[in-house]
Design a protein around this ligand. Structure first.
Ligand SMILES: [Zn+2]
Length: 218
């Protein structure tokens, strides 16, 4: 089987932020116009996969219709512990996305880096958050996105044993769509559709994994 090179894009918030942003969040919050421009670019290609992190209310308010109008689908990585918090998706919103043909993935329980957590904390992020989201959409949640792009071998082992089939990072570059580890490219406020022509063809996830392996041998 020929494995296809895919460009995975990550959006966070879109449009006017409805709440005070966390530190660093403004760097990944995009205007409505830029968002639509990148989506237009993605719609012209067949090698772009779109993802949204953090479960912002704009996923539904601005994201869903724009995707449907362009015949696109996306995966929405939702923070289970933020469901219903002002500015974020609630359970009905997540169900609407799922019912419209969108994929729902897990972005943990409390939006904290998974690296360095103890076993109980890691279980809450990977297992309990997954179960919470599965209860909302009444179907398996089998994809995860690492908050802040942070992971290590222990996190990946825990993700596999929690039953995830695919894990999305922030390692940049293109990736094989069949891989367990999926590199992604975060879209920032200065990006437009031209971004798609500037994605490095290296696989960031593979590069990162090679680094992890080197660390292990040292
Ligand atoms: Zn996040």
């Amino acid at each position: 089987m020929v494995q296809k090179r895919t460009i995975n894009l990550t959006f966070h918030g879109v449009g006017e932020p409805p709440r005070a942003l966390d530190e660093g969040e403004a760097d990944v919050w995009v205007s409505h116009d830029r968002f639509l421009d990148v989506l237009d670019g993605a719609a012209e290609r067949d090698d772009v996969r779109i993802t949204f992190d953090d479960g912002n209310a704009s996923d539904l308010e601005l994201g869903l219709d724009a995707l449907l109008e362009r015949g696109l689908t996306a995966t929405f990585f939702v923070v289970a512990g933020r469901l219903g918090v002002s500015g974020f998706l609630d359970e009905a919103d997540v169900r609407r996305l799922a019912d419209a043909g969108m994929e729902i993935g897990c972005h943990g329980m409390h939006h904290r880096p998974w690296r360095g957590l103890d076993d109980t904390e890691l279980r809450a992020e990977l297992v309990d958050a997954k179960a919470t989201l599965e209860a909302v959409v009444e179907r398996p949640v089998a994809e995860a996105a690492c908050p802040f792009g942070a992971y290590d071998r222990r996190v990946l082992r825990a993700l596999r044993s929690a039953g995830y089939r695919r894990v999305f990072t922030s390692d940049r570059g293109t990736t094989d769509s069949a891989r367990f580890l999926q590199a992604r490219n975060s879209v920032g406020p200065a990006d437009d559709a031209g971004l798609l022509g500037r994605i490095p063809s290296v696989d960031g996830a593979v590069g990162r994994r090679a680094k992890l392996a080197v660390k292990r041998w040292r």
